[in-house]
Write a protein that binds this ligand. Sequence first.
Ligand code: UDP
Ligand code: MG
Length: 335
Amino acid sequence: MHYHLFPRKKPNLLSLIIPCYNEEEVLDILKKRLKEIIPKFQIKTEIILINDGSSDMTIVGLMQWAKEDPNVRVISLARNFGHQIAVTAGMDHARGDAVVVMDADLQDPPEIILEMLKKYEEGYDVIYGQRLARSGESVFKKITAWAFYRLMKILVHKDLPLDSGDFRLISRRCLDALNGLRENHRFLRGMNAWIGFPQAPVYYNRDARVAGETKYPLQKMLKLAMNAAVSFSPLPLRFSLGLGIVVAVIGFAVGVYALFRAFQHFILEMPIVYNPGWATIVTLICLIGGSILISIGILGEYVARIFEESKGRPLYVVEFTEGMTTKTKSKKLSR
Ligand code: UDP
Ligand code: MG
């Protein structure tokens, strides 16, 4: 896509948003790496760490960090709300003219932020990290991720960049728009593509996790994929309509054939063996029953989302914050 870019100056304040869920092993490494890189940005930088209901010592480490460094802010959520919501909480509390969302495990190398800032100055509003390679991840993860991104591009938005996660820099005006979208089932990358504004990639090699294990098991990945598919697109509903049409056509053809055979047997009294036809009946019942259930299931997913939205609940509950100014604290944020 072609954008007209308006160059601008560096952000006065940059916010790094880092969700942490059971990341006690990586915190020290993260702290050290950020301490090295942040001075190179040559802009004031705040670090917003979200404790997403960790059950290990993560929160202790985060509080300690906030005590040592006045630019560190901690938001502790009341339970594990999941990565996308944790990032949302960070975005709500960020005060920067630009924010960067990154993982705690340093799979998103913070050095890349320098390149992102350059693009920001060129006038881009969203600069997303696009992965060239993934080291240290299983073949299974690589294959599922590959399939995930291709499928999502079809289902979510044509502008959804391939092989890009949530590692990105977002300008204030784009972030304000994003913060205005309060849907419960969040797929931030898709929402970001929907908003628009000039977007550009920066390419990087995705390193292996520095310590600990992935907090995104297959089950969570499937949930995210489901959210992305169903929250963004009526395509699954159309799929069930298409399935219904195919099954109906097959049913109609089989019906015509059965009538024709019965006609031959009873009316023309032709000497043909009239097939009792149980196989046909069983097949048809399975086919029709199965496709009805699939369709109801898909429909149910949409109804469930309407149900969730209609409750009007906040997206998350904050247990406490550390290092936040009272101004951001009292702002009505969660919905
Ligand atoms: N995360 C989170 N809540 C969750 C799961 C993950 O805040 O329920 C955080 C996690 O601490 C990390 C980031 O999201 O900073 C990405 O998670 P992870 O590295 O485990 O995912 P992967 O890179 O394996 O896809
Ligand atoms: Mg990771």
